[in-house]
Design a protein around this ligand. Sequence first.
Ligand code: ADP
Ligand code: MG
Length: 236
Amino acid sequence: MLRIKNGWCILGEKPILQGITTEFKDEAITALIGPSGGGKSTLLKCLSGVLPLDTGEVRSHTDSISLLFQEGALFDSISVIDNVAFPLVQGRVPVATLPKSERTFVEEKCLKILERVGLKEAINKLPGQLSGGMRRRASLARALVTEPEILLLDDPTAGLDPVASSVIMQLIVDVYNEYKPTTIICSHDLRRLLPISEYVLALSDGHIVYDGKRTELGNKAKPELHHFVSCRYDWT
Ligand SMILES: Nc1ncnc2c1ncn2[C@@H]1O[C@H](COP(=O)(O)OP(=O)(O)O)[C@@H](O)[C@H]1O
Ligand SMILES: [Mg+2]
């Protein structure tokens, strides 16, 4: 269970989230869509707890929540494996300095997910030595390594070429099918995102303009959203 009730978030002087109330469907993929600047990234940060609400509340049945930040946000000065291990060991990296018993466990977990995202050969590299697609896969590995019950993904394919974007989206779908984390994905790439999403939450100007099943979006969405979606998504 993940819900937000009357959530307001004010950054600077500006109200970014303006009274958001919704409950996300357990074990489903929800697409978080809407015009740029509408508050999507802010909502994901508030749901994950990295940014507090000014008023209202976020409730969740679990602390097992991961957020993949827009642009990935890897730590540039530590290796790929240490980046991925970071949430597992609450930042006590490098992994090589952990006590032996813990180190083995952590390395196994990291290697498993890094192999999964195709980065087994790159574990000792620094993020700056990787391509954009590889960096994003490393960020995804970091978000997935704890096997979170709630997975929040902020534009996981932003800035990537079509091939790298497809690889990332396929990885997300595969992981989702494997253990069904409650997944919320924000993306500009509606042609890739909407087909894999059962539910849609659309934000515009800090307000919810659609909250429901993806299959009903075409009929029920407010005109402003319809315009936004139909520009970028072929319904046929
Ligand atoms: N730290 C901040 N301080 C002030 N304004 C911010 C900050 N972060 C985001 N904003 C503003 O909040 C609005 C919503 O941003 P964001 O949540 O990133 O939207 P989206 O992800 O939908 O594009 C934008 O107008 C943005 O300029
Ligand atoms: Mg954003």
